[in-house]
Design a protein around this ligand. Structure first.
Ligand code: ADP
Ligand code: MG
Length: 226
């Protein structure tokens, strides 16, 4: 029992430390980013190419920190009642430009009256990580569709794409830290997403077929209908 207590105290300390390190490192990264961008304006083509690569690496570091910051401090986040429709308005605003850039269509159909319990920024992060993967998986004529199915006590949230799909082996590894098939992937997105959904008493399942597409099914207890 004593050992268990010490172990959980240690975990708390590590979580807090990770969160504050992530926070402290983010600021200098932002400042460096600004100076690199300024320098980009008065240099030759070769210099600009080097600076472009430096900025890319900087963004990569920032992305990893973002994933870990979310992961590092779940216990300090406040839980509230979330209106699904409002959350998806934000999510749509953030994701639509990315979808257009990839030439795919993002279709979100969420009713206005459903409420679930959770932390707004965490919930958005979880959904964005899934939608972003879908957008990255589709090519021409691609779509990403989001819709809900309402049950008595819970809702299903479906996120479906007609992208590259996955093999059984890939499916089995989803959520494993650092599992990524992308040259610039972190392999942290779905790990974070699974953690968030679990903390909301929800669940996440994926169905996928190589060459056809992928469907993520999230379930959450319904907190209220309004
Ligand atoms: P990352 O996106 O940084 O690679 P993730 O944890 O978000 O890390 O995803 C892990 C891997 O799962 C991806 O690299 C990809 O191979 C696979 N994956 C996830 N979602 C999809 C999807 N909708 N379609 C195809 N593959 C996917
Ligand atoms: Mg991802």
């Amino acid at each position: 029992f004593n050992n268990e207590l010490q172990r959980s105290e240690k975990m708390d300390m590590i979580s807090e430390l990770a969160a504050s390190v992530a926070h402290e490192v983010r600021n200098p990264l932002q400042v460096t980013r600004g100076f690199l961008q300024l320098t980009q304006m008065n240099t030759d083509d070769k210099g600009r190419e080097h600076l472009r690569m430096a900025l890319e690496e900087l963004d990569r570091a920032a992305n990893i920190i973002t994933d870990f910051l979310t992961f590092a401090k779940p216990q300090f986040e406040k839980t509230e009642t979330l209106n699904l429709y409002e959350e998806f308005q934000h999510i749509e605003n953030i994701m639509r430009p990315l979808a257009s850039l990839q030439g795919s269509v993002l279709q979100i159909q969420v009713p206005q009256h459903l409420q679930i319990r959770g932390n707004s920024s965490k919930f958005k992060q979880a959904c964005i990580n899934i939608i972003k993967n879908s957008i990255e998986a589709v090519h021409k004529e691609g779509y990403v569709r989001v819709w809900t199915i309402e049950h008595e006590n819970h809702i299903e949230l479906h996120i479906k794409d007609n992208g590259s799909g996955m093999t059984e082996e890939e499916l089995a590894r989803l959520g494993e830290p650092y599992f990524s098939n992308k040259t610039k992937g972190t392999g942290l997105g779905l790990m974070v997403t699974f953690r968030i959904i679990e903390a909301m008493d929800g669940s996440l399942e994926f169905c996928s077929k190589k060459g056809e597409g992928t469907e993520a099914i999230l379930t959450f207890p319904i907190a209220a209908r309004s």
